[in-house]
Design a protein. Structure first.
Length: 107
C-alpha cells in the first residue's frame, strides 16, 4: 500500500497536530515517544500521518518493528496494523500480553 513512501516523504510530511493534542510538541522527544506516536497514527491518523511516521522512523520496515512492541491496540487497530505491515498475531506484543492475561485469569 505504501510503495511510494520514499517519494512522499520528500515533501517532509508532519504528524497532524490533533493526533498529539495532549503533548507539548515543542518538548516532544520523537525517539523516546515512538511507540506512543505510532499508536496514535494507527488509531487516528490519515495517509499523510503514515508518511510522516515513515519519515520519522525509517520507513515501513522501521515502523513495523515499533508496531510489534506496542502493548495495546483495540481489535480493529490490531487487525489494520497486522494487514498493513504483514504481521501475524503472535508477532505483536499486545497479543502476547492479552493471551498471558487470559491464561492468568483462567479464561
Amino acid at each position: 500500500m505504501f510503495q511510494d513512501w520514499e517519494t512522499k516523504i520528500k515533501d517532509n510530511p508532519q504528524i497532524s497536530p490533533h493526533l498529539l493534542w495532549d503533548i507539548d510538541k515543542s518538548k516532544i522527544d520523537w525517539d523516546k515517544m515512538k511507540v506512543f506516536v505510532v499508536e496514535r497514527v494507527i488509531e487516528r491518523g490519515d495517509v499523510n500521518d503514515f508518511y510522516a511516521m515513515f519519515r520519522l522512523y525509517g520507513g515501513p520496515d522501521g515502523v513495523k518493528e515499533i508496531v510489534k512492541k506496542t502493548s495495546f491496540y483495540d481489535p480493529r487497530d490490531e487487525a489494520m496494523a497486522r494487514t498493513l505491515f504483514d504481521l501475524k498475531k503472535k508477532d505483536l506484543e499486545c497479543y502476547k500480553r492479552k493471551r498471558l492475561r487470559r491464561k492468568r485469569l483462567g479464561l
